[in-house]
Design a protein. Sequence first.
Length: 416
Amino acid sequence: MPPAFVAPALVLILVALGGRYTLDRAGLTGLGWVDLRVVGLLIGFVLLVIDIARRPRTRRALRREGWLVVATLFFLFQIASGLWAPPGARLGEKALDIVLMAALTIAIYLYTLGDPAVVVLTTFRLFYVAAIIFAIGALLGGPGEQGRYAAFGGGPNVFVRIQIIGIIAAVAMCLFRRRLLPLLAVPLFLLGAVLSGSRAGLIAGVAVGAAGLWRIRHRLRAGPVFAAVALLVACAGVIVALAPPAFTSLFENRFVQQTVEEHYLSNRTEIWMATWRLAVEHPLIGAGLDGFYGLIGRAQGTQYPHNYVLGVAAEGGIVGIGLLAGAVVLLARTVRHSGGHPRESAFAIAAAVFVALSSLFSGDYYDARLAWLFAAMAAAAAVTPNEPPATTNAAEVTPSAQTTAAPSGTRERVRR
């Protein structure tokens, strides 16, 4: 099988990283209606069709794709819930977000089926490079609101996700290629993650890292573990010693004073309680797409519930939560019970779980797109057979070959 075409990965990952980007942000106010996500996805689908056409035709094996069917139904239900959304809901904007997220999920799944080993490694390489670029951009741009760092117009909660995925990518590249060089950028990613000031993102990253270490605990050796811990401590010491005053102020205010002393949670508990009350008031099919903003957020100046699951419960009700839970359960069964490429699936699931955990504290529906992207990659890697090297079986040898390989005396007896 020829290696996967790299061009779709470049375009699709760029769309996923770019977020909501219209031309008015580039100064072209007259073309502000042009959504570059749509343009990028159209180009990505064209390149994907080319990649699929160049793949060798093989017999299609039975694949576990029930999760993708249920996930598509979930996206369609979210869009359809706009029919009973309240006045003031931003239906066009939110419906477009879900359509693009669904299209990105399906495209990544189809693309990964071509060659999971190549696609997953290429994707992590792209995120690794992106994490470096974002970290440098944040450091050069300086602190923003509340002294927190971000890059290229994105928020700190998006920035921390890219930095943590950069760490996962570095570990994946190290294990896939058995080279330690990618680990050199990990201190930069850790610094960027801390400078983001995103407490939820850091907690989610620590949780995923701890789960990964627990899974491979029997294969860990004392020497490499001690060296890694010593390196991290040394890097932390260098950062603290050479850090500018803005970094020290951010750490003290955000993590010590606000979190430990004041127990400040950025009004998350009040927002979540209001979202829960909305879910209780509309239990079956929810308040409709963007119903939180139409009924609560617009009056309070809050854009979204800052919790993906609570948002689905409030705006989609039991039906929405049931479809989401069904997709997650089927995805877990697909990854766990399929052979395929377990190593690639494991790292893709780690990235998906990290973004999913982060989405329980910040972001709207479209901000969870990376969770769906990596989940689709993990499922595709799991259901794609890992082709063994071609071997010649004695039972597959043709009769003519058997005759040719037979001793000359045997051939003489056959002729008689």
